[in-house]
Design a protein around this ligand. Structure first.
Ligand SMILES: Cc1cc2nc3c(=O)[nH]c(=O)nc-3n(C[C@H](O)[C@H](O)[C@H](O)COP(=O)(O)OP(=O)(O)OC[C@H]3O[C@@H](n4cnc5c(N)ncnc54)[C@H](O)[C@@H]3O)c2cc1C
Length: 384
């Protein structure tokens, strides 16, 4: 069969094929748009490296209910998850495991317990140390735990696979195994220049979804304050004493059941684009988890890895149109919650492109909230 020629024109070019780019591409195609999805793979991509926790209550339980726009968005995306996964299963036959059993946030002493009780949030339930041990016998030395019944986890590796298959099957999405070297906006059509070949793609919109690498793309009209923060994790076998039904957060760590494994994470390090594990990093991850789940100290490692979170200064995503170049849409900087926020981000990107009402308020996520988002001079220059 003759190879399909790469189209050079599309309605939308999506730059990046992590969970954010894939969810956006699929949502755009579902609106009847022709999408070019451009990305190679990069060591340390966040989407396969993440723990898959869907934990809006835990992440933001220090904010008063209703006060934090990130939390509202995260809660809405959590609610979107079952329908999102059902739709993927219907298209692909792949069932992505979704754990909605709730999340424990354990306290290790009375001060921690008081703090958790003061910031419990809606629907959270305080459990005594005995009650915690009854439900999860492997958890010891806790001073009790807050239980968040609506939170949980999704298998982000299975989710990536399901999205890949759905995209392969979509007649409206053309996947290119090329990176984008530079973009140009400000003319009648936006253009992306591909790395390697130097070919250009012209489209009415560009969606920037290249995670921590977004800042490295040429021709951006303004600085994007997204920085890679390395997270190191490891997995152990879920056997014997190392069994667990719920996601558990400790003060500086978490443990996540996933099939026949338990994931233990994670570090949050400024280490540039260097997605390696270190002995010190992994030992710290184990030690912090062992404070409440002792088996973490000795269970043999099955695998260990590191990924690069795309982190913004306020840990909120950058999601919205460029103020000067509305054809350019930012969908990056999802920091610690990009797996949780992917389904709703995809819906919002599609609404931004089609001009439909946004399914969520994006007021807090604009690039203009950062002083460094000031416009650069040569935004409409030809890509270099
Ligand atoms: C250890 C760890 C644990 C985490 N745990 C959780 C969790 O429990 N829950 C949660 O919600 N989130 C978690 N996260 C965060 C979450 O993984 C990220 O927020 C999310 O995956 C970001 O997705 P992304 O698509 O923006 O970026 P990525 O997944 O990094 O994807 C970026 C994409 O851009 C592509 N790219 C790069 N350069 C170019 C270019 N020039 N042209 C085209 N494409 C390019 C890459 O190849 C890749 O396809 C965790 C992250 C880490 C590292």
């Amino acid at each position: 069969m003759a190879p399909t020629a790469t189209p050079s024109v599309a309605d939308v070019t999506v730059v990046g094929a992590g969970l954010i780019g894939l969810a956006a591409a699929l949502a755009l195609a579902d609106q009847g748009l022709d999408v070019l999805l451009a990305a190679t793979s990069h060591p340390g991509e966040a989407s396969p490296a993440g723990a898959g926790m869907l934990a809006p209550s835990v992440e933001d339980s220090h904010s008063p209910p209703g006060a934090d726009p990130g939390r509202q968005f995260a809660l809405a995306s959590l609610e979107r998850y079952p329908g999102f996964l059902d739709s993927l299963a219907a298209r692909t036959g792949i069932t992505v495991p979704l754990n909605r059993r709730g999340i424990f946030r354990v306290a290790l002493d009375e001060t921690g317990a008081r703090d958790l009780r003061q910031h419990r949030g809606p629907r959270a339930q305080w459990l005594s140390p005995d009650a915690v041990r009854k439900i999860e016998p492997g958890l010891v030395s806790t001073a009790g735990a807050m239980f968040y019944p609506a939170d949980g986890a999704a298998d982000n590796v299975a989710l990536l696979h399901a999205l890949d298959v759905a995209i392969e099957r979509s007649p409206r999405i053309h996947r290119m195994r090329n990176d984008v070297r530079a973009i140009a906006v400000g003319a009648a059509r936006a253009t992306c220049t591909l790395a390697g070949s130097g070919d250009t793609i012209s489209s009415s919109h560009i969606v920037l979804a290249a995670g921590a690498w977004t800042t490295l793309i040429g021709g951006l009209p303004r600085a994007i304050p997204v920085e890679p923060y390395r997270g190191q994790m490891l997995s152990v076998a879920a056997t014997g004493a190392a069994v667990l039904g719920h996601v558990v957060y400790g003060p500086d760590s978490y443990i996540v059941p996933r099939g026949d494994r338990i994931l233990i994470g994670s570090t949050m390090e400024r280490a540039g684009f260097d997605p390696v594990t270190t002995d010190v990093g992994l030992a710290g991850v184990r030690a912090r988890a062992a404070a409440y789940w002792p088996i973490a100290a000795t269970a043999p490692t099955i695998s260990a890895w590191a990924g690069l979170r795309p982190v913004t200064p306020d840990l909120l995503p950058i999601l919205g149109r460029d103020p000067d170049y509305p054809e350019l849409i930012y969908a990056c900087g999802h920091s610690r919650n990009g797996i949780l926020m992917a389904p709703l981000t995809g819906d919002c990107v599609a609404a931004l492109v089609t001009g439909a009402a946004s399914p969520a308020s994006l007021g807090a996520f604009g690039i203009e909230r950062f002083a460094g988002g000031a416009r650069r001079g040569a935004s409409s220059a030809a890509p270099s």
